[in-house]
Write a protein that binds this ligand. Structure first.
Ligand code: ADP
Ligand code: MG
Length: 394
């Protein structure tokens, strides 16, 4: 029931050619797999689904199902079904007939379509709801009907556009369970647009990260977490630690000192931002000999058994006119209590470090100056700009 989906060189521009909604996107989604598409708002995620489904036509590129172009195939004949952020049920039809509609479009008799619809309603745990109308359903129930209607079309590829983002956390996790059950029962190929990194991690095999209409990374979930290749990818997957510095050889030099990079990280030399996940930061006693970094707890945010800490680390090196500091985000182990103002040791799991290139706006975002000599940020910006101008003149 599933198919290999290939997007080849897809481009789409709505307005200014200088700002295409999607540029030259090539992606392969193997049959039966689930790809999560993440990216900032406006990065082109919905455009990808609209082009794949045939709701919109690309300016360039192709959409292939099992290797055959479907560009000239009508949306309803492509073997794809889409679920939108809002359920968009037919208000004049009851739940059963909303779902049966898909089978009717496929050419099933009214009776057959209703029998099948009842089966799909059962699959989404709504068997008793067939005679209700959408006004009599909760948001989560409506979205389950929308999913049942999409599944009743027996799609080879299921396209989900932030389908659960309007639901509260508990319902969202129920819906995620449901998608897992659907995968186990029907095995469709799934493209899931989401802004929820936990949803991406719990449902998808691979993640594609879009930024300004371009694919910036496409990797298995584990790798996107551990080896983001850009600040956008790191941030989209919930990464919070960004330490600007410089790569020399196979070390990153920053306020945190000189840190050896994992052997599989191949950073470019020069300015680079060290990124690592808060889960990979170990907080210990300040006199822990293995903790190469010392910091001061600036904030504690309890989240159930663990706490999230913001730890300020200052550059320990000699007397300097301006001392740099950086904030690190860490999770405490369960049961560990930390207090604001406490000194702590910090260990970074060596395999958890990655380096990405600084985004244009990165320069001063995560570097602060200590109160002792605290030039206002605009003065630093002016200084940075002046340096840039000097560099350009050279
Ligand atoms: P996302 O789903 O990632 O938020 P979209 O794919 O909806 O992003 O949009 C990508 C870009 O294309 C945005 O800048 C958006 O404003 C623009 N865009 C999307 N659809 C249209 C349209 N129908 N007309 C004009 N611009 C559009
Ligand atoms: Mg969208």
């Amino acid at each position: 029931m599933s198919a290999h989906l290939t997007l080849r060189g897809l481009s789409r521009c709505y307005g200014s050619p200088a700002r295409p909604a999607l540029s030259d996107l090539t992606l392969a989604v193997p049959a039966g797999s689930c790809l999560a598409v993440v990216g900032p708002s406006g990065s082109g995620k919905t455009t990808v689904l609209r082009l794949a489904s045939g709701l919109d036509r690309p300016d360039a590129g192709d959409v292939l199902i099992n290797g055959t172009s479907v560009l000239d195939v009508a949306p309803e004949d492509r073997g794809m079904a889409m679920v939108f952020q809002r359920p968009l049920l037919f208000p004049h039809r009851n739940v059963l007939d909303n779902v049966a509609f898909s089978a009717r479009v496929r050419g099933a008799s009214r009776r057959r379509a209703r029998i099948e619809a009842a089966e799909y309603l059962n699959l989404v745990h709504l068997s008793g709801f067939g005679s209700r109308h959408s006004a009599e359903l909760s948001g989560g129930q409506e979205q389950r009907v929308a999913l049942a209607r999409a599944l009743a079309a027996r799609p080879k590829v299921l396209l989900l556009d932030e389908p659960f983002s309007a639901l509260d956390a508990a319902l969202r996790s129920e819906m995620q369970d449901l998608v897992r059950q659907v995968r186990a029962a029907l095995d469709p190929t799934i493209v899931l647009v989401t802004h929820d990194q936990n949803e991406a991690a719990s449902l998808a095999d691979c993640v594609a990260v879009l930024s300004s209409g371009r694919l910036v990374q496409h990797d298995p979930v584990e790798r996107i977490y551990s080896r983001p290749t850009s600040l956008v990818a790191a941030r989209q997957m919930g990464g919070r630690n960004e330490v600007p510095g410089e790569v020399r050889g196979h070390h990153h030099h920053s306020v945190l000192g000189s840190l050896a990079l994992p052997v599989d990280v191949r950073p470019s030399q020069g300015p680079g931002v060290l990124v690592f996940r808060q889960e990979s930061v170990q907080v210990s006693d300040p006199d822990d000999l293995g903790a190469e970094i010392q910091g001061l707890v600036k904030a504690v945010r309890p989240t159930g058994p663990r706490s999230l800490l913001t730890i300020e680390v200052a550059d320990g090196g000699g007397p300097k006119a301006v001392q740099q500091t950086v904030e690190i985000h860490a999770e405490t182990p369960p049961g560990h209590h930390a207090e604001v103002g406490e000194r702590v040791g910090v260990r970074l799991a060596p395999h958890a470090l990655a380096v990405v290139s600084p985004a244009p706006e990165h320069d001063l975002r995560s570097v602060q100056m200590t109160a002792a000599s605290n030039p206002p940020v605009h003065a630093l910006r002016r200084r940075a700009l002046a340096t840039d101008r000097v560099n350009q003149r050279r």
